[in-house]
Write a protein that binds this ligand. Structure first.
Ligand SMILES: [Fe+2]
Length: 293
């Protein structure tokens, strides 16, 4: 390994890495997370996430229990509101899949095919997610990630001033009714767990203090206090800006990839694949966060 492959921080990081994108994201190499000896490195990844927003580790063989153990080092874990997709025996693991077993889907299919930050529709959204690929199609099903730090920092100053103190309403019910129109509506219990919430359009990273844009497609119902048309066009403009190539990284999954991302300063978006031909099984854990400010 050359020196340039080492992280150039004051205290050398206890892992080797390379950048995934000029502005954010790293791939950590030479790391076997299945080994509990890696726990000290995992703890270093927790702080590296604050700096890099996204961490990829390839070639892993993780049991469900180990996936959950690693995830817990990042914080308390959340369980998803759609309990029918918590099918591994460990309720912390939310399954994304097109596979059915004994006539029942083992995971949520066509989830996240819009730009979003996980659980932005709750008052205290997730700080981060750990997505592990169990089975991946040979083509398609890429995941796109956007750095919302870069998106914010590159906005024209006049736009920054205009939106700096705006808030937006995030609505899971609104998203669900659009994204899953072919399914039974949310139950009263699920609705009670997901009332609309208001978040700042520009949020502060609680650890680093760095600002980021906090918007998204579908789940974000409106920018508050604006006429409907103006809200819709501003939201569309901010989303279009955030997902431009300059601020996004496209991940092509291999089996055994683990991606850890910071929901406080990134958005992501799933992409289609031939779900008649290929199986896809992904396991996600979701780390609790705090109220955005
Ligand atoms: Fe997601």
């Amino acid at each position: 390994m050359s020196m340039s492959q080492r992280m150039s921080t004051a205290t050398p990081a206890p892992f080797a890495s390379r950048p995934l994108h000029p502005g954010f994201g790293i791939e950590v190499t030479d790391l076997d997370l299945s080994n509990p000896d890696s726990d000290a490195v995992v703890d270093a990844l927790v702080s590296a996430l604050d700096t890099h927003s996204l961490i990829l580790v390839r070639g892993q063989t993780l049991s469900n229990a180990r996936h959950v153990d690693i995830s817990r080092r990042f914080g308390d874990l959340l369980t998803h509101v759609l309990k029918q997709f918590l099918t591994t025996g460990l309720p912390e693991i939310y399954v994304l899949s097109n596979v059915s077993e004994q006539g029942k889907p083992i995971g949520n299919h066509k989830e996240g095919w819009n730009w979003h930050s996980d659980l932005s529709y709750v008052a205290e959204p997730s700080m981060g997610s750990l997505l592990y690929s169990v089975e991946v199609p040979p083509e398609g099903a890429d995941t796109l990630f956007a750095s919302m730090h870069l998106a914010w920092e590159s906005l024209p100053p006049a736009t920054q001033t205009r939106i700096r103190n705006m808030t937006a309403t995030h609505s899971y019910e609104g998203y669900y009714s659009r994204a899953f129109a072919d399914r039974a509506p949310l139950t009263d219990e699920q609705k009670a767990r997901t009332p609309d919430v208001v978040h700042p359009v520009v949020r502060t990273h609680p650890t680093t203090g760095r600002l980021s844009l906090y918007v998204g497609q579908d789940i974000v119902k409106q920018i508050d206090g604006l006429p409907a048309e103006e809200s819709t066009s501003l939201l569309a403009a901010l989303n279009a800006h955030a997902i431009s190539d300059a601020f996004t990284y496209r991940h092509k999954w291999q089996q055994g990839d683990l991606i850890i991302w910071d929901n406080r300063c990134t958005m992501h978006c799933a992409t289609p694949y031939d779900d008649n031909r290929y199986r896809r099984v992904m396991h996600r854990t979701t780390v609790a966060g705090t109220r955005p400010f």
